[in-house]
Design a protein around this ligand. Structure first.
Ligand SMILES: [Zn+2]
Length: 238
């Protein structure tokens, strides 16, 4: 986010002061913002050796919004959030139907929950169809290498999913799965692996997955939502 930085304003004022001191007395003070001459309704004035410029005429050309609240005699200057910086999409490696489902998952995130999408896409480097899963993950749906930030989708599980779901259901499910695996990375980076046991961590990651699916439009009547809720209940031992 761009901030209307104090140092920038100070720099601007110093610049204006220099400009003013160089100006001959009586000459009007000129105001330039990003090379563009601005002519405020009230011209800049030198008062007690300082150049006074109407805030609106400096702030607005820099993209800020200026509001005056008469009741409290307050000026509010706010900058809009910087335009969303596109993040590079993770590489998707696998057969065509896999690529299609995962692309569908990412697209769903992009359309319905851009922040969740950015969170996933900036944390995962690669999403890989895995026919030879690492020991211990043979019956998992997916797992993550937190160092390389590779998400492995276990082929047997994927094939089961697409044999009994539509492409859009599968995409919703894998959006939840990607959010789940992204959570593992973030929990590790935040040091939570030292305070959460494995089951607790699964609950947290599944809650994140569920939340992202729900924000993407998933409801209780969608199988993937039901599936995640069952996983959460199981790990909470409800
Ligand atoms: Zn997990």
């Amino acid at each position: 986010m761009k901030r209307f930085s104090t140092s920038f304003i100070v720099g601007l004022l110093i610049g204006l002061l220099l400009l003013a001191s160089a100006a001959f007395a009586g000459n009007p003070v000129k105001l330039f913002v990003n090379g563009q001459e601005i002519q405020p309704d009230v011209p800049p004035q030198i008062i007690d050796g300082r150049v006074m410029v109407p805030a609106r005429f400096v702030a607005e050309p820099l993209g800020a919004r200026v509001e005056w609240f008469g009741a409290t005699s307050t000026v509010y200057i706010t900058t809009p959030q910087e335009a969303f910086t596109p993040v590079e999409a993770p590489q998707i490696t696998g057969p065509d139907n896999f690529v299609k489902v995962i692309q569908g998952a990412l697209k769903l995130g992009q359309e319905k929950d851009l922040l969740a999408y950015a969170w996933i896409a900036s944390n995962l480097k690669e999403i890989k169809f895995e026919t030879n899963p690492a020991p211990g993950f043979e019956t998992s749906g997916a797992y993550i290498n937190k160092e390389t930030k590779t998400c492995y989708v276990v082929s047997d599980h994927f094939n089961d999913v697409i044999s009994e779901s539509s492409i859009s259901e599968a995409s919703l499910l894998y959006l939840g799965v990607l959010a789940h695996e992204t959570s593992h990375i973030c929990l590790k980076e935040a040091g939570f692996e030292y305070v959460l046991n494995e089951d607790d961590e699964e609950v947290v990651c599944n809650l994140a997955g569920l939340r992202v699916m729900e924000k993407a439009g998933g409801t209780n009547s969608d199988k993937p939502v039901w599936f995640f809720k069952e996983l959460i209940k199981k790990d909470l031992k409800l």
